[in-house]
Design a binder for this molecule. Structure first.
Ligand SMILES: [Zn+2]
Length: 302
């Protein structure tokens, strides 16, 4: 008699870590935006030849005076404020983005390590509940990570790329932060707003708002969760999974509702007609789908 297929329960990403990452993202971009605004004013102050003494100024007074001075004496040969401001940005943007990269690297590294660890820990529990031999897990997962947890060597090898990918995502968002600040400044100067009004506008158009940080954090943690489980499972000899559709907070794809319960090759995924390619759970933006692993007989307890 053919034995029934044994499945491992689906493991979803860790909610606590997702929230913590979201907070870090918001903090990083807030700090970066403040830094950029400050740098722009320092450059403009140098060009304006204004010197401020140490006596305290009223709030925003320094910025107001710098803007006024710059408008009156935009360096000769530069036609307008837009050209002038983008001149400053072009000369400095690589340096600024490098600083952002350096500042975000340890934050990202810590987040990725913690996310991989908590997924692996949850996956181990799920494997054990499904009847997988502990000895098989311990043999297959041989690389230590955080807090005495071990992961598959394949997963350990994938970590540098995972960290790098997240860091470049942050720098891409940093680039948008700079453009947004420049746009607000230019619009403000051209329409004759004073610095208080510009500051208000900047606050209102805060690029990296909480909802957007939430989406990025969700997307990233789900991708890490999926990749960790796949590589850990392959090290144990798993080759197949069953799609489990999870309705998304932002999207729920009709194709993925159909995929629910379908078996797929871990190397391949399922063909999604919406995007005309094979995809795996959590691969597409904001996809929250997960998988249930099909467990091979030889790693199961009798
Ligand atoms: Zn999905």
């Amino acid at each position: 008699m053919a034995k029934k297929v044994r499945l491992c329960r689906a493991v979803e990403s860790n909610v606590g870590e997702r929230r913590a990452y979201k907070k870090q993202l918001v903090r990083l971009h807030k700090q970066f935006s403040d830094f950029i605004l400050n740098q722009l004013f320092l450059e403009m102050q140098a060009d304006s030849n204004l010197v401020f003494d140490a006596s305290p100024l009223r709030p925003n007074q320094r910025e107001k005076e710098i803007l006024k001075a710059i408008k009156n004496k935009i360096p000769k040969g530069v036609k307008d404020f837009t050209t002038y401001l983008w001149g400053i940005i072009s000369a400095n943007i690589n340096k600024w983005l490098r600083l952002l990269k350096t500042a975000s690297m340890p934050v990202i590294e810590k987040f990725v390590k913690k996310a991989v660890t908590s997924t692996t820990r949850a996956q181990k529990q799920a494997f054990i509940s499904a009847g997988v031999k502990v000895s098989a897990i311990e043999q297959a997962w041989s690389v230590p990570i955080v807090g005495r947890q071990y992961i598959a060597p394949q997963m350990a090898n994938a970590m540098p790329d995972l960290i790098e990918g997240n860091v470049s995502l942050i720098t891409k968002i940093g680039q948008k932060d700079i453009t947004r600040i420049a746009d607000v400044l230019i619009k403000g100067v051209e329409s004759g707003l004073d610095y208080d009004a510009i500051r208000d506008e900047l606050k209102q158009t805060e690029g990296f708002d909480s909802a957007r940080a939430d989406r990025v954090a969700l997307d990233q943690i789900n991708k890490i969760n999926a990749q960790t489980q796949e590589l850990n499972a392959k090290a144990l000899g798993c080759t197949k999974g069953r799609w489990k559709h999870v309705p998304g907070q932002y999207t729920s794809r009709k194709t993925h509702i159909k995929f629910d319960g379908m078996e797929y090759d871990l190397n391949k995924g399922l063909f999604d007609s919406d995007v005309q390619k094979f995809v795996k759970p959590a691969e597409l933006p904001y996809c929250r789908c997960v998988m249930r692993l099909v467990l091979p007989q030889d790693i199961l307890n009798e």
